[in-house]
Write a protein that binds this ligand. Structure first.
Ligand code: SF4
Length: 469
C-alpha cells in the first residue's frame, strides 16, 4: 500500500501509522497497491466514507473503502477520528464486509407460507410486507387488542425512536433482553446515584475493579478495553471478580472468584475494613451523603457528628469481617485486605464496573451495585478524574421536542401484577405468559363446547319428554 503524500516516520517501514486508518485529508482519494497484481504496482483508488460498526453496541467508527472505479466497498477499517474507538477495532469491525458480500444475506422480506413451523417461505416486496404488517397492527388497535402487539428488540441500538413510535400507537409493548442482562445492576445504580449506569474513567484510574463486566471481551469492549490497557500500561492495577477465568481476568493483577451470589458480602467486608481502619474520605462523605438524616433516625440522642455516623456505619457492618467474607464467599485469605488496600491507595482514582451475571443472575443482585457504590462513597471516587461518574454526566442523548402523550395501557404480559416493582419488562416470562393465555383460551373454548353440548343434550332430552307426554 502506498500514499505518496505521507513521509515514513524514522524507524518505520510503513509510511503511515498502521494501527489506525488514513487521516481525513486522504479520504477523497486513498491509494493502495493491488495485492493481487503484485509484482506490478497497480494503484487502486478509494473514497473513504465514515460509518459505524454495529456488530456490538460499542458503535466503533469504521471507514468504508469504496473503490472509485466500481463503486463497491472493498473493505472496512477503523476511523481514526471516532472519539470512542479512535481508529481501532476488534476483529468483528473489519469483518463487517461479510455482511455486505454474504451471498446468503436476506435482502427481501420473507413471508411464511404453509403451516407455522413448516419452514416454507416466499419472497415479498417491502411494500407488501409493510402493508400486511401495518394492516394487522391497525386492525388490532381499532379492535382494542393493544396487548396483542409486541415489539421485541435484542439490543436497543437507538435512543427514542422505537419508544416514541410505540407511544404514538398507545401500546405498552417494548420488550428487550435487559432484564436478563443489566436490569438488576441498573436498579442498584439508579437507587444509589440516580443514573442507571456508571461511566468509569478507566484511562486515569489507579485501581480498576470489574465485577462480571467483561470489558475486554464483551460489553462496550473495544473502547473500554483500550482505556483499561492504557491505565494498566501507566501502572494501574486491575482486579476482576468473576466465577470463571475470563479473558478479562487473564489481564488482571488479581482474579477473584467468589461463590456466585456472595459478592455483596465481599464488598461490604471491604467497606467495613475501610471504615474500621479510618481510610475514608471524610470531606466527601460529609458533603455528599445524608449522614445527618441517618443520625436523626438511628441515634437522635447521640452526638450529631460525622465521626459518630462513621462509627455507627462500621457497627452496621460489624459482621462483615474478612473471616466472614472468606467463609461466605469462599475466597482466598487476604482478598478483602487486598481490595481495601488497593481501593484506599487509589482513593479518588478508584473506578469500577458491575454488569450482568453478578447482578442479574442472583436474587437481590441489585444490591451488589449499591455495595460497590458504598466503596466509591467511602473513598470519594465519584465525579473525579480516574473515578466513577453517573453515565448521564458523560452521555448526551438529545430528546425530540415533540412526543406523543404517554400511553394509558398496562400490558400485563410484560409487567405482570405479581411483580409490581419490576424495574424492566420481564421478557423471560413472556413465553410462559403467552402460553398461559393460550391455555386460558383453550379452557374457554372447551367450556363453551361443553356448554354447547350440554344445551344440545338438554334440548334433545326435553323434546323426548314432550314426545313421551
Ligand atoms: S467493539 Fe468490535 S464489534 Fe463492537 S462496535 Fe467496535 S469493532 Fe464493532
Amino acid at each position: 500500500m502506498s500514499n505518496s503524500q505521507d513521509k515514513t516516520p524514522a524507524g518505520r517501514t510503513s509510511p503511515w501509522e498502521l494501527a489506525v486508518g488514513p487521516e481525513p485529508k486522504h479520504w477523497d482519494d486513498w491509494v493502495e497497491y493491488d495485492a493481487e497484481a503484485w509484482p506490478e504496482r497497480k494503484e487502486n483508488h478509494y473514497r473513504c466514507i465514515p460509518t459505524i460498526c454495529f456488530n456490538c453496541e460499542s458503535g466503533c467508527g469504521l471507514l468504508a473503502f469504496v473503490d472509485k472505479s466500481s463503486g463497491d466497498i472493498a473493505k472496512f477499517e477503523g476511523n481514526p477520528l471516532h472519539p470512542g474507538s479512535r481508529g481501532r477495532l476488534c476483529a468483528k469491525g473489519p469483518a463487517t464486509i461479510n455482511q455486505v458480500n454474504d451471498t446468503e444475506r436476506i435482502l427481501k422480506p420473507l413471508k411464511r407460507k404453509g403451516p407455522r413451523g413448516g419452514g416454507e417461505w416466499e419472497e415479498v416486496s417491502w411494500e407488501e410486507a409493510v402493508a400486511d404488517i401495518g394492516k394487522r397492527i391497525g386492525k388490532a388497535l381499532r379492535e382494542e387488542r393493544h396487548d396483542e402487539i409486541m415489539y421485541h428488540v435484542g439490543r436497543p441500538g437507538e435512543d427514542h425512536f422505537a419508544m416514541r413510535m410505540l407511544q404514538a400507537w398507545g401500546v405498552d409493548a417494548h420488550n428487550s433482553h435487559t432484564n436478563v442482562c443489566s436490569a438488576s445492576a441498573r436498579l442498584g445504580y439508579s437507587l444509589s446515584f440516580g443514573a442507571d449506569r456508571p461511566s468509569p474513567d478507566y484511562a486515569n484510574a489507579k485501581f480498576i475493579l470489574l465485577i462480571s463486566a467483561h470489558l475486554e471481551t464483551g460489553h462496550y469492549f473495544n473502547p473500554h478495553a483500550q482505556r483499561i490497557i492504557e491505565a494498566k500500561n501507566g501502572g494501574a492495577r486491575i482486579a476482576v471478580v468473576d466465577t470463571r477465568l475470563s479473558n478479562t481476568s487473564t489481564h488482571a493483577d488479581r482474579w477473584i472468584s467468589p461463590w456466585p451470589g456472595s459478592e455483596a458480602a465481599m464488598l461490604l467486608s471491604v467497606a467495613r475494613l475501610l471504615l474500621t481502619s479510618g481510610r475514608v474520605d471524610k470531606e466527601f462523605m460529609e458533603r455528599w451523603t445524608n449522614w445527618q438524616d441517618y443520625l436523626t433516625a438511628k441515634d437522635p440522642g447521640g452526638p450529631q457528628t460525622l465521626d459518630r455516623y462513621l462509627e455507627l456505619l462500621a457497627e452496621e457492618y460489624v459482621k462483615y469481617t474478612p473471616a466472614y467474607a472468606m467463609a461466605e464467599c469462599q475466597i482466598e485469605e487476604g482478598t478483602v485486605e487486598y481490595l481495601a488496600d488497593r481501593i484506599s491507595e487509589a482513593g479518588s482514582e478508584f473506578t469500577s464496573h458491575l454488569w450482568r451475571s453478578t447482578a442479574a443472575g442472583n436474587l437481590g443482585g441489585w444490591q451488589v451495585a449499591r455495595a460497590l457504590l458504598l466503596l466509591h462513597s467511602l473513598t470519594g471516587s465519584v465525579g473525579t478524574k480516574g473515578g466513577l461518574n453517573p453515565n448521564s454526566w458523560d452521555k448526551f442523548v438529545p430528546k425530540p421536542s415533540l412526543a406523543p402523550p404517554p400511553h394509558s395501557r398496562w400490558n400485563e404480559r410484560l409487567w405482570p401484577k405479581e411483580w409490581p416493582l419490576a424495574h424492566y419488562e420481564m421478557s423471560f416470562l413472556l413465553p410462559h405468559l403467552l402460553f398461559l393465555v393460550i391455555v386460558q383460551n383453550l379452557v374457554q373454548i372447551v367450556e363453551l363446547l361443553l356448554l354447547h353440548v350440554g344445551e344440545q343434550k338438554s334440548r334433545v332430552h326435553n323434546q323426548r319428554q314432550e314426545h313421551i307426554v
